[in-house]
Design a protein around this ligand. Structure first.
Ligand SMILES: Cc1ncc(COP(=O)(O)O)c(C=O)c1O
Length: 438
């Protein structure tokens, strides 16, 4: 047996002895996370295998993961980056490239919901674009298509929209606006990998889509993300933005992919200046390592099963909580959507008089993790209070959800007893808190 094979055999043994989940669920004593990494020996073996290569930068595992991801997303080009935030930064910056026909210009307006994740918004500001905030629907927590349509002005050039908590946007109405007004669409699919709309995968509707592989998401590479491009031209621009802004598209360790490394004349550089050091964009370095990609390459094999488990967990929660419809607004989704849920959102109805803080604290005291819908109304966050922006209509639902909405997990690490305990605890909380407020 080769040394490598021996190390990988031991790695499998190590997994079985040290990392295989052995904990038995004890209600009230075992923490019920809202999300987390779910893995087996294959992720560990890939990670060790990749570290033994000591290639470090994107290589064979990166290629494998990108190919599998692209296949999963109707063969759209997929480009790995080091986070979902970097994916958003790459995608939005790519649309300012002078290499595209109608690049975004400073001062152009970009429509986005006010209930958002900070780094869905941040790249809009970082590119000197003006965010135009629209309100969400309480039932889906997504920017409402009618609000997006109403927000469009002559200055509007793009929409940057998340499928919030995995709930697909109303693609039908949204695409009508996008086409009519010739807008760019960045589809933040960070929370929604595996969902479909009208049978087509989310992440294949936008000019760009972005994905996060942080451990809370559908699959993980530790830290990581991906940019999915509509065309190979856009993918090439995104690769340049990701890779220092360079014009050269050679993968790490490779030279002369273009066959004319010393044959270019770009900008006012002298003819023959090494293409490896020609920069056509003001870029970043947002690449992950091949070790991260190795984990992702094992995770993507599990993706179909994970999606199924997320849907089943969501369904069990939905059925178990449906008698509380008078107290909570339960999630709703488009008839054409088949969501791959990130989480289960509950919005407390005003007439129920339940105190949201009391309710979430009760659940947390039972070791059931709860989370808010990211930044809430981001305009109320210290970093974003004074940004240059416009609000279209009002943000009443956004403000309402900021106070009254929270979510619990549906991730594949949850078991049926855990889900039933969550359902039971929510019922108990409703009885206890409402009795006290009488
Ligand atoms: C909708 C959305 N967009 C972007 C991100 C950023 O992803 P990352 O944490 O990988 O940077 C997140 C993270 O949770 C998210 O939920």
């Amino acid at each position: 047996m080769s040394r490598r094979a021996e190390i990988l055999r031991l790695t499998r043994e190590f997994y079985a002895e040290e990392l295989y989940p052995k904990e038995i669920f004890i209600p009230g004593r075992t923490k019920i996370h809202y999300s987390g990494r779910v893995f087996d020996e294959n992720e560990l073996v890939n990670l060790v295998d990749s570290s033994l290569d000591f290639w470090l930068t994107l290589g064979r595992y990166g290629n494998r993961f990108e190919e599998r991801l692209s296949k999963f997303l109707d063969n759209r080009p997929a480009l790995l980056v080091n986070s979902g935030s970097s994916a958003n930064l790459t995608a939005i910056t790519s649309l300012t490239s002078p290499k595209i026909e109608r690049p975004l210009q400073p001062g152009d307006e970009v429509i986005t919901p006010a209930a958002t994740f900070p780094t869905t918004l941040a790249p809009i500001l970082q590119n000197h674009l003006i965010p135009v905030f629209v309100d969400i629907e309480i039932e889906t927590l997504n920017a409402a298509a009618k609000n997006i349509e109403a927000a469009v002005t002559k200055k509007t050039r793009a929409v940057v929209l998340p499928h919030t908590l995995g709930n697909p946007l109303n693609i039908h109405d949204l695409m009508a606006t996008v086409r009519r007004d010739n807008l760019y669409f960045i589809e933040d699919t960070c929370d929604a990998l595996g969902g479909t709309y009208d049978g087509r995968p989310l992440g294949t509707f936008g000019d760009f889509a972005t994905i996060s592989f942080y451990p809370a998401h559908h699959i993980t590479m530790g830290e990581g993300g991906a940019v999915i491009a509509k065309t190979t031209e856009l993918a090439k621009i995104a690769a340049s933005i990701r890779d220092w802004g360079r014009d050269c598209w050679c993968p790490p360790g490779v030279s002369n992919t273009c066959n004319q490394r010393f044959g270019w004349q770009l900008g006012s550089l002298p003819f023959g200046y090494d293409h490896k050091y020609i920069y056509s964009h003001v870029g970043f370095n947002l690449k992950p390592t091949d070790m991260q990609a190795a984990i992702g390459a094992a995770q993507i094999e599990k993706l179909p099963k994970f999606i199924e488990q997320r849907r089943a967990n969501f369904k069990r929660l939905y059925e178990g909580l449906s008698d509380l419809k008078n107290i909570f607004v339960l999630p709703q989704w488009d008839p054409k959507a088949n969501p791959s849920w990130f989480a289960f959102a509950l919005t407390i109805r005003p007439k129920s008089r339940l105190d949201p803080l009391e309710l979430t604290q009760f659940l947390e005291s039972r070791l059931i993790e709860t989370r808010k819908v990211f930044a809430g109304n981001i305009l109320r966050q210290p970093a974003y209070e004074h940004i240059n922006h416009r609000v279209s209509g009002n943000l009443a639902n956004t403000d309402f959800a900021m106070t009254n909405t929270f979510f619990i997990g549906v991730y594949p690490g949850l078991t049926i007893p855990m889900i039933d305990y969550m359902i039971e605890s929510i019922h108990e909380a409703c009885v206890k808190i409402s009795q006290r407020s009488k």
